[in-house]
Design a protein around this ligand. Structure first.
Ligand SMILES: [Zn+2]
Length: 362
């Protein structure tokens, strides 16, 4: 975070844990109780209230005394909590440093406008907290939870206390990692297949809903020919995975999230309704290991070199992660037809580039 200064003081730790240091035990009992810190994190700016700047107080025996320091108006600080002494509220800037809270203003979130439809994803499905932002810059729960799978219109995103949140209109916020962009245009084409240049595009931004898809005879026949050619060239090319239903992808994705967490799972697994496997046009072939090193094996190199002849592309190429949204998968081929496949291979493109589609990196 830019422009945020922190008081880095040994006093922070001493203040928090000093009581447990054996040597000081006896002495510390004779000292008056420390100020009670009500912890809360926010980033706040000093408002212009005098030319001298804002007085900084330090804590001495439970009292606040002027430290001789000032903070200039317009400077920004991390606040760690508050305390109230004789009806005056003070903000803690770390350690034993305090300023009068009424001279600080929490940063207003800067909404980056970007209207999108988002779908709530929260596994295993308890729902996601809907937050509101208080006048003092704190996020507090509204008591509402948004259910897994429900869809909402987001007006944009904002940084609040160092984290990204979607704004769902007015003072309603959800943590950004639980919202999933379902479609780029935000015009309600959720789940409807996206065709560009006659090619079906399925990626993290272009879903196909629950019912679309199924085993595809054209792609199956092309795969059969590719497998025959591979065998003739001396490479076993077993089919590991082909058509997968929406329901099966739900189970897979949930298992991945349970094992690795949402962020990691999203790097290698499609969310339900966003998997090419549901179209019947994609196959995992040649290796059960599903390791990037497959691309360096003789079979993996043969596949990359020859799949276009049968209408397939390596869908998630190395170096195109920022466009496809997925890590390199030398075993995942996608049927796009011979003409498109050969053009994509010849020009070294990702499918997103070939179709002129927006980058699908989340
Ligand atoms: Zn795959």
């Amino acid at each position: 975070m830019k422009n945020v200064r922190k008081w880095v003081l040994a006093g922070v730790l001493a203040g928090l844990f000093g009581g447990s240091i054996a040597v000081d035990q006896v002495q510390s009992r004779s000292v008056q109780a420390a100020l009670v810190l009500q912890p809360a994190r926010s980033v706040e700016t000093v408002v212009d209230h005098s030319s001298a700047g804002l007085n900084v107080y330090t804590e001495q025996k439970g009292q606040l005394v002027f430290s001789g320091r000032h903070l200039a108006a317009g400077t920004t600080w991390q606040v760690f909590g508050h305390t109230t002494i004789q009806e005056t509220r003070y903000a803690n800037l770390g350690g034993t440093q305090w300023v009068e809270a009424k001279y600080l203003r929490p940063q207003q979130p800067q909404l980056k406008r970007d209207r999108r439809l988002i779908q709530i994803h929260y596994v295993p499905g308890y729902g996601v907290n809907l937050w509101r932002l208080t006048a003092t810059g704190q996020l507090v729960g509204t008591g509402r939870r948004l259910r897994h799978g429900t869809r909402w219109r987001s007006l944009g995103t904002a940084q609040i206390n160092g984290q990204t949140f979607y704004n769902l209109g007015g003072n309603q916020w959800i943590a950004h990692q639980y919202g999933w962009i379902t479609n780029l245009d935000g015009q309600g084409r959720i789940g409807r297949p996206t065709y560009l240049k006659g090619v079906l595009l399925v990626n993290k931004l272009n879903g196909i809903g629950q019912r679309f898809g199924g085993s595809n005879p054209t792609a199956n026949a092309a795969l059969w020919k590719l497998q025959q050619a591979a065998r003739a060239a001396g490479h076993a090319m077993p089919r590991i995975s082909g058509y997968r239903s929406y329901g099966y992808q739900v189970k897979l994705y949930r298992d991945y999230v349970a094992t690795d967490g949402i962020a990691a799972a999203d790097q290698y697994s499609a969310r339900p309704g966003f998997s090419e496997h549901q179209t019947g046009l994609a196959f995992d072939i040649g290796t059960t290991d599903l390791e990037a090193s497959y691309g360096k094996t003789a079979a993996g190199r043969w596949l990359a070199q020859n799949c276009a002849t049968y209408g397939f592309i390596i869908r998630f190429p190395q170096g195109k992660e920022g466009l496809t949204g997925y890590t390199y998968e030398p075993w995942h081929v996608r049927y796009v037809g011979v003409a498109a496949a050969q053009q994509i291979k010849a020009q070294g493109l990702s499918l997103e580039e070939y179709l002129g589609a927006e980058s699908a990196q989340n």
